[in-house]
Design a protein around this ligand. Structure first.
Ligand code: 1CP
Length: 340
């Protein structure tokens, strides 16, 4: 698999490419299957339909890896928190996690067990996916999951989490500890079910100051990555902490690929981390609105990364109103432009 070779730093005929959020709302085919399923969470819990939408970008765009269709928030949901997705509002937990008693009521082993629809979807996808294409499994980083569990929804200020961080850091650590324990079981089960690589999304890493980031986020991500690398050395681990370009000097740990977000200059990521890790990323996602902007974005990244170990991607997820034609143009242009 060209994608897996690239994750391990081997030479490949071209730079493999996929897009974060490639299975999603910009595809009319996805909207059709979601409507059939009823709503987003029903789609996540339906292995056949989850398999179908995972495979859509393979056929439509020709990307080099599939990412499992699911959501990071199914984990806290199956730990025992009530999750719903509101139109226009995003994910909502009606009873946010604020006390030790609530934390103690959340499940660990049972949560990993209840996520069986994810493992079923993985087996279905792996059986249908072309053998040369990789399947990426994923989870949210403990910190990013904790922000939703504690705030009850997406947040601009992280005020509730930050209050907890200062007023009761031991409780925040206890939450992160429990989530990390579930994620170890969950990611192990995803690998056993057939994923070829895993990505850990720390979408809200940038909410934390440097010392807090390393204490409350990176330490748990590193622990999870080290556990996976020790148990499954043949499975590449990709880490995507978004928006931490100021902290790159202190990034270390046992993993394979560092996902560079679009706000981090790729030159800087190469200088700081390019010798230690394969880099993935990082075209600014709104460039997909305009073909000339796509060309220029690719050209810049190629000029920096052409002789280095690199996997092409966007620097965060594709937006729902991007024309499919432009997404296809991006994928094909990368594959042609980087061909040796
Ligand atoms: O209406 C719909 O169909 C729901 C939209 C949607 C989709 C398509 C949500 C709700 N999640 C997903 C799928 C999803 N989420 C994937 C599928 C695989 C793929 O990439 O194609 C993945 C990997 C995720 C991961 C995810 N969910 C993250 C981390 C990645 C990132 O983009 O930063 C986060 C933060 C979430 C939470 C979430 N789920 C959905 C929404 C709208 C949100 C974000 C809400 C917010 O901004 O706070």
């Amino acid at each position: 698999m060209i994608f897996i070779d690239a994750c391990f730093g081997k030479k490949t005929p071209y730079a493999p490419v996929w897009m974060m959020r490639q299975a999603g709302r910009y595809l009319p085919e996805y909207m059709r299957v979601r409507a059939e399923a009823g709503d987003f969470l029903s789609l996540c819990k339906d292995p056949k339909r989850a398999c179908e939408v995972t495979l859509q970008p393979m056929d439509i765009l020709g990307v080099d890896a599939a990412i499992l269709f699911s959501d990071i928030l199914v984990v806290p949901m199956e730990m025992g928190m009530d999750l719903r997705f509101e139109k226009g509002e995003g994910p909502v937990f009606d009873t946010p996690l604020t006390s030790r008693a609530q934390l103690e009521a959340l499940h660990v082993e049972a949560a990993a067990e209840r996520l069986s629809y994810v493992y079923e979807a993985i087996s279905l996808v792996r059986a249908k996916l072309a053998p040369e294409k990789a399947l990426i499994g994923f989870c949210g980083a403990p910190w990013t999951l904790a922000t939703y569990m504690i705030e009850g929804k997406g947040t601009k200020t992280y005020a509730v989490c930050k209050k907890l961080l200062y007023s009761d850091p031991a409780l925040l650590h206890a939450i992160l500890r429990k989530v990390t324990d579930v994620l170890k079981l969950y990611m192990a089960r995803q690998i056993e079910a057939g994923v070829n690589a895993v990505q850990i999304f720390d979408s809200w890493a940038a909410a934390l100051e440097e010392a807090a980031f390393f204490e409350f986020s990176w330490s748990y991500i590193k622990e999870l990555a080290a556990f996976l690398k020790e148990t499954y050395p043949h499975v590449p681990v990709i880490l995507f902490p978004k928006g931490i370009s100021g902290y790159l000097d202190k990034i270390d740990g046992n993993f394979d690929v560092f996902g560079v977000d679009w706000s981090t200059p790729i030159e800087l990521a190469k200088e700081k981390l390019g010798d230690k890790y394969v880099l993935q990323g990082n075209m600014e996602p709104t460039r997909l609105y305009d073909k000339k902007a796509i060309d220029a974005g690719i050209e810049h990244i190629v000029s920096v990364m052409q002789n280095s170990r690199h996997i092409f991607n966007l620097g965060h997820g594709i937006l729902p109103d991007i024309p499919v034609e432009h997404a296809k143009y991006f994928i094909q242009s990368v594959q042609e432009r980087t061909r040796l």
